[in-house]
Design a protein around this ligand. Structure first.
Ligand code: AMP
Length: 223
């Protein structure tokens, strides 16, 4: 099963992908996380994408598709029963590239879940977000605080603010979302794949809506 979570930055895609993946033995493929890992490891790819991430701009489609293909290859080896995509695809070219990559494997996107959140909530979430650079777990200075301030509950890492969670980069990223990514909903809607969930509610409630959305489209129930 291949699921795409679509929503602006701060809509909770990462949190929800982490919850959905183990329920269906899916690999979480989050291109932002993959890029940050490459940057942290100082690889050639990391050096190539570093400035895009810093500016809140999109990395080139070829580079993004290549890193996704690499992950899909590990699914081919039987590591998972499919994937949940978080932060990918973000452009028309990526969506088409993903369709081609899946078609080569005799697979296709089965579910697209749009997580809808008002812009004011997104800005509040992103500005207060803190992430653990060691394990990737995210916290919020008001809404999801760690037990010890500044320290990751899961691995003890020192929490940081992402460099692209500054007001200027946030504005840039949200504008890009509306320009490039929101039109993908039309692309997938034409195939009847899109279901909307309300992301402006507690994490557990969003999770329940996503589970229902996936189950409903598994059973062929239309909205
Ligand atoms: P995210 O963690 O999803 O917010 O992604 C952080 C940054 O990584 C983005 O602002 C882009 O610079 C880059 N990035 C992540 N995913 C993609 C993608 N699918 N296409 C292009 N750039 C991406």
């Amino acid at each position: 099963m291949y699921v795409v979570l679509i929503g602006p930055q701060g809509s909770g895609k990462g949190t929800q992908a982490d919850r959905l993946a183990p329920k269906h033995s899916l690999m979480k493929i989050a291109t932002g996380d993959l890029f940050r890992a490459e940057i942290a490891a100082g690889t050639e790819l990391g050096q190539l994408v570093d400035r895009y991430l810093e500016m809140g701009e999109l990395a080139p489609d070829e580079v993004t598709l290549a890193i996704v293909e690499e992950r899909l290859a590990t699914i081919d080896k039987g590591a998972a029963a499919g994937a949940v995509f978080d932060g990918f695809p973000r452009t028309d070219g990526q969506a088409r590239g993903l369709d081609d990559a899946l078609a080569k494997r005799g697979a296709a996107i089965g579910h697209v879940v749009e997580i809808v959140v008002p812009q004011s909530t997104l800005i509040e979430r992103l500005e207060g977000r803190r992430v653990c650079p060691s394990c990737g777990k995210t916290f919020h200075v008001l809404f999801n605080r760690p037990a010890v301030e500044g320290v990751c509950d899961r691995c003890g890492g020192q929490l940081e603010q992402r460099p692209d969670d500054t007001p200027e980069a946030i504005r840039q990223r949200l504008a890009l979302y509306h320009e490039n990514t929101a039109p993908l909903l039309d692309y997938y809607s034409a195939r009847g794949l899109v279901r909307r969930v309300n992301g402006d509610q507690p994490i557990d409630a969003v999770e329940r809506e996503i589970d229902q959305a996936v189950a409903a489209s598994e059973n062929g129930i239309s909205e």
